[in-house]
Design a protein around this ligand. Structure first.
Ligand SMILES: [Zn+2]
Ligand SMILES: [Zn+2]
Length: 346
């Protein structure tokens, strides 16, 4: 067993504390990663606070992991000691089912193994990246291109792939009009990626507070959704809308912004059901869809795409003692645009 230093939380209302956790000895295809940086994703907060169902505490969150290979199992072929690598939201899947065979492991019919708050094939609870080391089977490890700094690479493993995958799947590109709802951790990645894919990009945000940032990131235009004129002006305009907001919004108003055959994709997951006025989909043959991260192959493609187009998240690096404070700031939307924990401060 390998002992790793970590930051754990013991219950929904608790603070993070220093902890030691065990990582398994390396199996034939396992890789031991020395974690350098871990991003803070909104999902970490939902899970740590027990908002997405019962959690086995103590919990070590973190599924935006960037580090260096420290040791490899006897039959590992894809990586060697010293390689720069990442781990995202899942660490294993069955590998045999129809969806795994297609490279869509996130939709494994037998259940993919989440990086934390899951149970691995050895029956052990999984613990995430707010720790100094992690052991992951080589098929779920990503190569971080040399041109991407490790701290900036971390958020790509969730925020990057969560937005890249639907943009790729629904064909954002030259001649396509794409809107991004919300300019937060996910939204600021969606804008950069859609722009690099060649689409015309519009940000739809509650206010114009972050307009300058949005345009700097590559948006062609920026509108406030608090202004009713926005919905009149942009009616029937977009081929694709990516909704990154997990709070409840009036989704029907946004359907009206889609053109013929347009699609609105939710990547944020509101905790309460949304009320959909089907008429707004029927008129215009519009679709309402969802998307969950991406498969391993597509995640590697996203990392390579970001390297090629010099895309990186805007981050604020914090120490391990600042996790509680960072959670409060994420909940107050007071972050531009992703917190990343410097694991050397553990
Ligand atoms: Zn995430
Ligand atoms: Zn499977």
């Amino acid at each position: 067993m390998i002992t790793a230093k970590a930051r754990a939380i013991d219950g929904p209302d608790k603070s993070f504390r220093a902890a030691e956790i065990k990582r398994r000895d390396l199996d034939l295809h396992d890789i031991l990663i020395e974690i350098k940086y871990a991003g803070i994703c909104h999902s970490d907060i939902h899970t740590a606070h027990g908002e997405w169902g019962a959690v086995n505490y103590p919990l070590v969150p973190g599924h935006e992991i960037a580090g260096i290979v420290a040791e490899v199992g006897a039959e590992v072929t894809k990586y060697k000691v010293g390689d720069r690598v990442g781990v995202g939201c899942m660490v294993d899947s069955c590998g045999d089912c129809e969806n795994c065979q297609k490279g869509e492991e996130q939709f494994c019919l037998n259940g993919q193994v989440p990086t934390y708050a899951g149970v691995d094939k050895y029956g052990e609870p999984t613990q995430g990246g707010y720790s100094t080391h992690i052991v992951v089977t080589e098929d779920f490890v990503l190569k971080i291109p040399d041109s991407i700094e490790l701290d900036a690479a971390a958020p790509l493993l969730c925020a990057g792939i969560t937005t890249y995958s639907p943009l790729n799947h629904w064909g954002a590109g030259s001649g396509k009009k794409v809107a991004v709802i919300g300019l937060g951790g996910l939204g600021h990645m969606a804008v950069q990626i859609a722009h690099a894919m060649g689409a015309e990009v519009t940000v739809l945000s509650q206010t114009l507070n972050k307009k300058e940032d949005g345009l700097d990131l590559g948006a062609d235009s920026y509108y406030a959704t608090s202004d009713p004129e926005t919905f009149k002006k942009l009616g029937g305009y977009f081929d694709l809308i990516i909704n990154t907001v997990s709070a409840k919004i009036d989704i029907n108003a946004y359907f009206g912004l889609l053109t013929l055959d347009g699609t609105l994709v939710n990547v944020g997951a509101p905790s309460e059901p949304l009320s959909v006025r089907v008429q707004s989909l029927i008129g215009g043959r519009r679709s309402f869809a969802g998307s969950l991260i991406g498969g391993i192959r597509e995640t590697q493609e996203m990392l390579d795409f970001c390297a090629e187009h010099s895309i990186a998240p805007k981050i604020e690096v914090i120490s391990a003692d600042q996790i509680d404070e960072a959670y409060k700031r994420v909940l107050a939307s007071d972050v531009k645009y992703r917190f990343v924990i410097d694991i050397s401060t553990m």
